[in-house]
Design a protein around this ligand. Structure first.
Ligand SMILES: *[C@@H]1O[C@H](CO)[C@@H](O)[C@H](O)[C@H]1NC(C)=O
Ligand SMILES: *[C@@H]1O[C@H](CO)[C@@H](O)[C@H](O)[C@H]1NC(C)=O
Ligand SMILES: *[C@@H]1O[C@H](CO)[C@@H](O)[C@H](O)[C@H]1NC(C)=O
Ligand SMILES: *[C@@H]1O[C@H](CO)[C@@H](O)[C@H](O)[C@H]1NC(C)=O
Ligand SMILES: [Zn+2]
Ligand SMILES: [Zn+2]
Length: 443
């Protein structure tokens, strides 16, 4: 069995001890002009069948026969997104100033419905719909997409060579991506492109590594993506570029099950090794898929924090019938330093779905700014690591805040303790285990 690597987990933050009198770096004051911004949206999961009706079981196919809880025009916690919800998110994004320079969009457009209700054509139709909708709202910025496990039929089974869906994606995303990027997208579902003169984006197809993908089982390098990634990062290092890595399924441990990675362990080890080798040029990692807001810190072989990894919450509010909580609809903006591409902050926006439905008005609000919420200097690996360590304390107030954000303020009455907290990998034991594993890995 491969030793699991050393991702420190779901993080963490500060313990409100008020030690520092020094003001937090003023992201939005005099340094404003040196601050770049980009959007991150993920897991739109459009459900075209969504409609409000008194027959609760008929509201949406994505509730899979369960009665919707409290359906309104913007959706329901047992359903995927109505088109109205998605439009309202984009509409609100457009009103914010200053507008970010680009957008990352980490996949999963189709609804959570049984395979029999979808087809290759339907999946492509939904991807086209979402692509056109985004272009309509944001005609002037480039969007960098990544394929999700639902962006295929049957879901999760993304292949290692060209197929109808990779080809459709390459056609749909032609306005945003350059010919070289479209070439690898068409073949393997991944690409890389310069975003700014010294900033490269790497869009990975992590579904090739996703545990439920049977197509890639036993392959050592599905679609040659590892070799490709290594080559890209090596070239970037030589060209003194900084890199942002995006993908749908995240590396690291899942935040709701103990000691479990979303991608197969053997691939996880390989990916983490590559990321560690090139951590010096990687500005950050940006994923989706879990639908919840979480943070991870990649540690090097010595247990030092080397990269920040962010999982953005979903636009869809869906949960399964038996889950105790969900997430409110969300999108976010990242702030970064234009000089060195260091990550400065997250501005997280959300819609209180219950309230929006009651008022029949889409009231998107700022949920939190990461540096303010946790009194951080920035969101770079050292800052997040320190925060993560503070979460380890029993009944850490900061961890409770982190967990409220994890659910996108779904319900502040839900406390995460015991097994829940263990699964978040912030307990002392888990953290120590991770450290041990890190230290035990061959250099
Ligand atoms: C996307 O789908 C929605 C819901 O089915 C439909 O109302 C809308 O017109 C479609 N938009 C585009 C751009 O295809
Ligand atoms: C993968 O390898 C295992 C063990 O060698 C074998 O039993 C299994 O059939 C293989 N699966 C595929 C899809 O090739
Ligand atoms: C975590 O899982 C791995 C592989 O499944 C296993 O080898 C390891 O012992 C587990 N560690 C803990 C602390 O449960
Ligand atoms: C969301 O709105 C509901 C209904 O107005 C309210 O009870 C709840 O407290 C709100 N949640 C948050 C986090 O503001
Ligand atoms: Zn999803
Ligand atoms: Zn997914």
């Amino acid at each position: 069995m491969v030793a699991l690597s050393p991702l420190l987990l779901g993080l963490v933050l500060f313990q409100g001890i008020r030690i520092k009198a020094a003001p937090i770096a003023p992201v939005d004051s005099e340094h404003l002009s040196g601050v770049g911004r980009f959007w991150h949206v993920s897991d739109l999961h459009l459900d075209p069948t969504y409609h409000v009706t008194d027959v609760r079981t008929d509201v949406c196919s994505s509730s899979k026969g369960f009665p919707a809880l409290n359906p309104g025009i913007f959706g329901d916690y047992l359903c995927d997104s109505p088109y109205q919800l998605i439009l309202s998110a984009f509409q609100h994004m457009k009103t914010l100033a200053p507008q970010p320079e680009f957008m990352i969009w980490t996949g999963d457009s189709p609804p959570h419905v049984p395979a029999g209700k979808l087809s290759t054509d339907l999946v492509i139709q939904v991807m086209r719909n979402m692509t056109q909708t985004i272009r309509e709202y944001f005609p002037d910025i480039r969007v960098y997409p990544a394929l999700g496990n639902h962006d295929y039929w049957p879901q999760d089974q993304l292949p290692t060579s060209t197929n109808e869906i990779y080809q459709a994606a390459a056609r749909l995303w032609e306005p945003w991506l350059k010919p070289e990027a479209l070439d690898t997208l068409r073949e393997g579902g991944f690409y890389s492109q310069l975003v700014q003169p010294k900033l490269r984006l790497v869009g990975l197809n992590t579904i090739l590594y996703y545990s439920p993908n049977k197509v890639t089982m036993n392959m050592s390098d599905p679609a040659g993506q590892f070799q490709w990634l290594q080559n890209i990062l090596e070239t970037s290092a030589q060209n003194m570029e900084k890199v942002i890595v995006i993908g749908h399924v995240p590396v690291g441990y899942l935040p709701y099950v103990k000691n479990t990675t979303a991608i197969r362990e053997v691939y996880h080890e390989r990916l983490v090794k590559i990321f560690r080798d090139y951590c010096a040029i990687i500005s950050g990692h940006f994923y989706g898929h879990t639908h919840r807001d979480s943070i991870m810190v990649l540690l090097d072989e010595l247990g030092m924090p080397v990269n920040s990894m962010f999982v953005t919450p979903a636009v869809t509010p869906i949960k399964s019938f038996s889950e105790p909580y969900s997430n409110n609809p969300a999108f976010r903006m990242y702030l970064y330093d234009r000089q060195d591409y260091g990550m400065l902050d997250i501005w997280q926006y959300y819609m209180n779905l219950t309230e929006a439905n009651e008022e029949k008005r889409a009231d998107w609000k700022l949920e939190y700014k990461m540096t303010e919420a946790f009194r951080l200097k920035d969101i770079q690996p050292h800052s997040l690591f320190k925060l993560a360590r503070s979460f380890e304390i029993d009944q850490s107030i900061e961890f409770q805040k982190y967990f409220q954000h994890y659910m996108v303020s779904y319900d502040d009455g839900i406390i995460c303790d015991g097994e829940c907290k263990l699964a978040q990998h912030v307990s002392k034991t888990t953290a120590l285990t991770n450290f041990n594993l890190v230290a035990a890995l061959p250099g």
